[in-house]
Design a protein around this ligand. Structure first.
Ligand code: F6P
Length: 532
């Protein structure tokens, strides 16, 4: 990776794998970790559940069915201390430019900080930024309320991709029980015209609002979809682009160049995958209203405060992030499966994929030097119980061990009898089966057991609980990134493909294959309809 020349000089820290605490963990893994048995661990420790479970804001977590002992956890906490995770957390919260390759602060937590709240060590600019955050939030929510009340508007189309799609799409679905203001919500992300075409077919211009969500307002997919939507609007006789196209962006000038002049802004210190809390959350604010949107922010803030103040041994994001390090670097697990046991959380795995893999899918440290250790696992999943009838076979009997993370919700938001108990029983049963296994004397029917799972439990899927759950996930990703010594807040890995696509788009039109590799040239010909 090219680190910009004006990259600020940071004190180099030793790679984590050279630390004594890392080597102690390796010795611990060799001595005990590789032979660890969950069933024996519960038999030998009557307090195991109590020790490894905790209530954090809005989220109860049971981490006891994981392949670690109290000693493992103590060693991991020592590693976190040696890596200065708490110091790095505080640097993030007070607005230091910890996104070193882009020389930016990382202040998504400010988006959910109550107005006027000062934190110890805040940089001088924080009060001013917080005032801007709240002025923008107030304006955004006032607009959302106005739109909610406007019965002429029946459809809201969010055009955006990555963090400008996954957060609002996931959250509008997750909080559907809190209403939709009588409107239909559509999310168009893909440059594949089939997606936009299918949405536009059901719309009328005068009853539609398009939210063009893009931090940079340069993302190719979003620009193409916005152009096409504007063209459709004009062709259908739509009047009043200023009322029907709303920019959600940190680049007002680029929006204006496209003719979009009604904008709600945010700042370069909000990463795309951390932007649901900003104007990018407009679709959600329209769907559920300002009170519930503020409750989402409150829940996230409560988790921020927990992360900032809870002692290490009771700090849930820290414990989860360290468990991730243990699994990835010592147990050698390459993926984590996330199974929300709530149909409204169907898009949570996709949202978390971007959060984990775009943040920590890195192969160099924050100075640009190659890492000698593995980083982010592959994250994947589907809602339970659906996944049980598909890939859970592999979780129970496959050759790889895949830690499972269950997100369950105690209370249902529907009144259909019989469903909720079955759903929760299934969540419990899967975790139990993975751990206990079963010997049958028939290899096909044997379950090895000793397979790990975490259980995150919300009391109800409220806006506040969703906010806390998402902030928990953000901070656990931050923790593992700190231990690995990487910059979790850039995403240079998405750039090369974007550049090559621009070049190949021209070549698809012209047919010029000069200088291309044989495969790309051959495929280009095929795509242009030429015989091989
Ligand atoms: O290409 C990756 C990415 O930059 C993500 O990090 C981001 O969430 C997404 O594209 C969309 O970016 P924008 O909001 O600037 O359109």
């Amino acid at each position: 990776m090219n680190v910009p020349e004006n990259h600020p000089k940071e004190t180099r820290v030793p790679s984590v794998h050279t630390r004594a605490e890392w080597q102690e963990l390796q010795a611990h893994w060799r001595a005990q970790g590789s032979r660890f048995d969950l069933r024996a661990a519960f038999a030998g420790d009557a307090q195991r559940f109590q020790h490894f479970s905790q209530q954090a804001p809005e989220v109860f977590a049971d981490l006891s069915k994981n392949l670690w002992s109290r000693e493992t956890e103590a060693l991991l906490l020592r590693l976190a201390a040696a890596c200065g995770v708490a110091g790095q957390r505080d640097a993030m919260l007070r607005g230091e430019p910890i996104n070193s390759t882009e020389q930016r602060a990382v202040l998504h937590t400010l988006l959910r900080r109550p107005a006027g709240l000062a934190l110890p060590g805040d940089r001088a600019e924080i009060p001013g930024l917080l005032a801007q955050v709240h002025a923008t939030l107030d304006a955004m929510l006032a607009f959302a309320e106005q739109l909610r009340a406007d019965t002429r508007i029946t459809d809201v189309v969010n055009i955006g991709i990555g963090g400008s799609d996954l957060g609002p799409a996931m959250a509008v679905r997750a909080l559907a029980a809190y209403g939709s203001a009588g409107k239909r919500f559509h999310f168009v992300s893909n440059v594949d015209g089939h997606e936009l075409d299918a949405v536009l077919r059901g719309l009328r211009p005068q009853s539609t609002v398009f939210l063009v969500a893009s931090k940079t307002f340069t993302t190719a997919e979003t620009m193409q979809n916005a152009h096409s939507a504007l063209a459709w609007f004009a062709a259908q006789g739509g009047q009043g682009v200023d009322r029907h196209f709303i920019g959600l962006t940190a680049n007002d000038a680029a929006a204006a160049a496209l003719g979009i002049t009604t904008c709600f802004g945010f700042w370069d210190w909000v990463g795309g995958r951390y932007s649901l809390w900003s104007a990018i959350g407009m679709a959600l604010a329209i769907a559920v209203g300002g009170v519930h949107f503020r409750a989402l922010l409150d829940g996230a803030h409560a988790m921020d405060e927990h992360f900032r103040t809870a002692p290490p041994e009771h700090n849930l994001p820290l414990r989860l992030g360290l468990l991730d390090v243990w699994y990835r670097n010592f147990c050698g697990f390459t993926s984590r499966c996330i199974a929300p046991y709530h149909a409204a959380l169907a898009r949570l795995p996709a949202y978390l994929q971007q959060l984990e893999m775009e943040s920590n899918g890195k192969r160099v440290d924050r100075h640009g030097a190659p890492l000698a250790l593995a980083t982010a696992p592959v994250l994947w999943g589907e809602p339970g119980t659906n996944g049980q009838h598909a890939f859970f076979q592999l979780l129970h009997q496959g050759t790889d061990v895949v830690p499972l993370e269950i997100v369950a919700v105690r209370q249902a938001a529907h009144a259909l009898p019989g469903h909720q108990d079955k759903l929760l029983a299934n969540a419990l049963a899967q975790a139990q089966a993975l751990m206990l296994g079963r010997a049958s004397g028939d290899g096909h029917r044997d379950f090895p057991g000793n397979r790990p799972s975490s259980f995150l439990l919300l009391d109800a899927l409220t806006p506040r609980a969703l906010g806390a759950l998402l902030a928990l996930q953000e901070h656990r990703v931050f923790v593992s990134g700190c231990v690995w010594g990487i910059n979790s807040f850039d995403q240079w890995g998405v750039e090369l493909g974007k550049q090559l696509a621009t070049d190949l788009e021209q070549r698809l039109r012209s047919g010029d294959a000069t200088g291309l590799d044989g495969s790309t040239a051959g495929l280009l010909g095929r795509l242009r309809g030429a015989a091989p």
